[in-house]
Design a protein around this ligand. Structure first.
Ligand code: PLP
Length: 441
């Protein structure tokens, strides 16, 4: 299997898996996609309902990775990555929550980060240079990357976060790992951190001594494993015989793009719903065919505050730039903070189920679609984070306190360690050049 850039229309510059993953972004500025995808066979589809999750993962990922990775190695990685459940909870008749928050940092980004780390770990085995991974974070991405890469041999991870701009809980999840994870607290805002990472990746001098890469969300190794839980959800719901409709709370649209890829290999998903907060450039595009990126606005579902979704380019690629055909597969809806908070309250009152603000947006999108379309369907919304990760909004909406799971509160007890750093490229670079990672006090 080769990987091609979304901007390489004639497929003139295919690269191998290793290059696609280490590079992250293609030289022409596009995003990598698998060059050819083979369908899941009818026989395999029939067997899927009785396959355990890791086995489904190997099957699905095998379609995207082909011979780029040995079958046995892929199976081993899938067994490690998918070692937590992704329960489907029926909260109303024919409305299911697909809970993607049972990983180490209680959010779905764990899936992509864990897969990417294992894949890179396998690259580092046949490599003399140490691999260094740098990532800028405004909160949750950094913790998923840290958790995913912690303890992976041959890889040092550097996480740049803006001082005083992440929540206390998020900071704990960034700074308490030690070992091969170094947290760098930059005297600046997220955009500064992002810019330093870009400069590091473009630094020719640094590249001479180190294999430097990023773990940001556009990386194909983070995207592909997310297709797995769509196939899993279908396999566990197909017996109803009804068309399956999946609502995806979206920001950068990596999660939804992964769903489209699952559909592309032949998982019979009937329709997708792109559910956003007021940062609604994709629902707008679906409406009128105009893609107009704009600065993001802050909302209570802040992991979806994205004004220029990076994976939209991949979506266009999958639909050959055809607005009409994208519309046939995806419907977009957007919701404001009041609607989101009311949904958290109403769902809890009516069903006893507590959603986080992102899942609430997904639920609202699903319900809107059901209201507008009069056919019998099995509806699924992705619950992308545990509600206790957003206690302020959830508790305000419910009017009462919620339980914090032990896995989350455990971070509180651990000692933090981060390296303070001026908002200055040379200072950041200097920290990176020191070989040994810092360890917690
Ligand atoms: C990142 C994130 C999203 C948005 O996912 P995309 O792939 O960027 O669309 C939704 N919910 C939560 C909790 C997230 O962390």
């Amino acid at each position: 299997m080769k990987f091609i850039s979304t901007r390489d229309i004639n497929q003139l510059n295919p690269v191998n898996l290793r290059e696609a993953v280490i590079k992250g972004l293609a030289d022409d500025g596009g995003l990598f996609m698998p060059s050819a995808i083979s369908l899941i066979s009818k026989d395999e589809l029939e067997k899927m309902p009785s396959m355990p999750l890791p086995e489904i993962a190997s099957l699905v990922l095998g379609r995207f990775l082909g011979e780029a990775i040995e079958k046995k190695q892929l199976e081993n990685i899938c067994n490690e990555v998918f070692n937590f459940p992704v329960p489907l909870v029926e909260i109303e008749k024919n409305v299911f929550s697909l809970e993607l928050f049972h990983g180490p940092t209680l959010a779905f980004k764990d899936v992509g980060a864990r897969f990417m780390s294992r894949l890179m770990g396998s690259f580092s085995l046949d490599n003399s240079k140490e691999i260094k991974v740098v990532v800028a974070t405004s909160g949750d991405t950094g913790s998923a990357v840290a958790a995913g890469f912690h303890g992976v041999k041959g890889i040092e991870v550097f996480i740049l976060f803006p001082k005083g701009k992440v929540s206390r809980m998020q900071e704990k999840q960034l700074t308490t790992w030690g070992g091969n994870i170094t947290a760098i607290e930059v005297e600046g805002v997220f955009d500064n951190c992002q810019k330093h990472v870009k400069s590091l990746l473009a630094d020719e001098k640094l590249k001479e001594s180190t294999l430097l890469t990023s773990a940001n969300s556009i990386n194909i190794a983070r995207l592909l494993p997310q297709a797995v839980y769509y196939a899993y959800a279908w396999s566990r719901l197909q017996h109803s015989g009804k068309p399956i409709v999946i609502s995806v709370p979206s920001g950068n649209f990596g999660n939804l793009t992964a769903g489209l890829l699952a559909q592309k290999i032949g998982i019979p998903i009937h329709h997708f719903i792109a559910s956003t907060n007021i940062n609604d450039v994709v629902p707008s595009y679906l409406n009128d065919g105009k893609f107009l990126p704009r600065p993001s606005e802050q909302t209570v579902s802040n992991a979806m505050d994205v004004g220029n979704p990076s994976n939209f380019e991949r979506m266009l690629h999958l639909f050959h730039n055809d607005h009409q055909s994208m519309k046939q597969s995806i419907t977009g809806y957007h919701f404001n903070d009041t609607e989101t908070k009311n949904a958290i309250r109403d769902i809890a009152e009516n069903t006893g189920y507590v959603v986080d603000p992102h899942g609430a947006v997904g639920y609202l999108g699903l319900k809107q679609f059901i209201l507008n379309n009069h056919f019998e369907m099995t509806g699924v919304f992705l619950e992308t984070a545990h509600p206790a990760k957003f206690p302020e909004t959830v508790e305000e909406s419910l009017g009462k306190e919620i339980l914090v799971p032990e896995r989350l509160s455990a971070f509180e007890e651990k000692a933090s360690f981060s390296i303070p750093c001026a908002n200055d490229y040379e200072a950041v670079k200097d920290i990176l050049m020191r070989t040994k990672a810092a360890s917690p006090r």
